[in-house]
Design a protein around this ligand. Structure first.
Ligand code: 6PG
Length: 293
């Protein structure tokens, strides 16, 4: 499926002024979205659940097609799950089919790989330094480069590692996202250019509210993944999470609302504090929401 095929549809997902005719929007945004959220009592349980989910999704993809292409986010929330995955005293390190994994990043800060700001550094210290992944399985965004150059190089890295032709787009097996208190995800920040970008796989995004540049996958690529999940923790995220999932659609202000996977299914793994304003879950800690656009 080429990027142009993906964009040939009569459905327009948003109310924003975007640089594409309304009729050109992606079929990868089905009308209905089935949202499934799993709520864990605390940070340790959240990390275990996320580690379990990573192992399940990588194993599933490895069984189905021999390889698993996973894109992960940075920030602070995934760190404990990465440490759980890497811990030899926990069950997941032994269960993960590391040899089948190709690891990518959803976004990166403008920082060299050994910088405290670097998403790559966080992942290296929490996971990569402790697990049997060969360097050719690790596809990092070169945050040390000038943002536009880093974005262009990552786009070609995706094209070569996914063996893409012309304007085909990569289909990740799993994309793991976080949620910012301002409603951003990946490096798709409110009122920034990147949320209008639908013709590139990767883009450099100027984020004036943080006086910085970021490099990020674009939302059509994220939505094209086989599975997409949010990992969210903390009471400070409860209000924005409820707004993103149940509030008025306004992706310009809440870019996380652009995440509307082509599968029609969105998964969230949450701690109790982050889920505190969502409808109550069943006795297994599972909740469901249906969304239509
Ligand atoms: C980044 C991320 C970003 C992150 C959110 C949540 O580079 O920061 O990819 O999208 O997921 O900002 O961050 P926390 O997990 O730190 O709250």
């Amino acid at each position: 499926m080429t990027l142009l095929d993906v964009f040939r549809s009569a459905h327009c997902p948003c109310t924003m002024e975007c640089n594409v005719e309304a009729g050109d929007y992606p079929t990868l945004m089905p009308r209905q979205l089935h949202i499934k959220y799993y709520v864990e009592p605390d940070a340790a349980a959240l990390a275990r659940r996320a580690a379990q989910y990573f192992v399940e999704m990588v194993s599933e993809a490895a069984e189905a097609q021999g390889r698993a292409h996973i894109a992960i986010s940075g920030g602070s929330t995934p760190k404990a799950a990465f440490q759980m995955l890497a811990d030899p005293h926990q069950p997941w390190r032994a269960r993960m089919p590391w040899q089948a994994l190709d690891l990518y990043w959803v976004d990166e800060r403008s920082a060299p790989p050994d910088d405290a700001e670097s998403n790559f550094r966080m992942t290296r210290e929490a996971l990569l330094d402790h697990v049997p992944l060969h360097p050719c399985q690790i596809h990092r965004i070169e945050g040390e480069l000038e943002p536009a150059a880093a974005a262009a190089r990552y786009e070609s890295e995706l094209r070569s590692s996914f063996h893409l032709e012309d304007s085909q787009i990569p289909r990740f097996d799993l994309v793991a996202l976080g949620l910012g208190e301002d409603g951003h995800t990946a490096s798709l920040f409110p009122h920034t250019e990147a949320i209008h970008e639908v013709s590139l796989l990767v883009t450099a995004n100027h984020v004036p509210q943080r006086k910085t540049w970021r490099v990020t996958l674009t939302w059509p690529v994220i939505n094209h993944a086989r599975s997409v999940f949010f990992l969210v923790a903390g009471a400070e995220k409860a209000a924005v999470l409820r707004e993103v999932l149940t509030g008025e659609r306004d992706p310009e202000r809440l870019p996380s609302q652009l995440i509307w996977p082509s599968s029609g299914i969105l998964t969230l793994i949450l701690d109790q504090a982050a889920a505190s304003l969502l409808p109550a879950t069943d006795e297994e800690g599972c909740g469901v929401l249906e969304r239509e656009r």
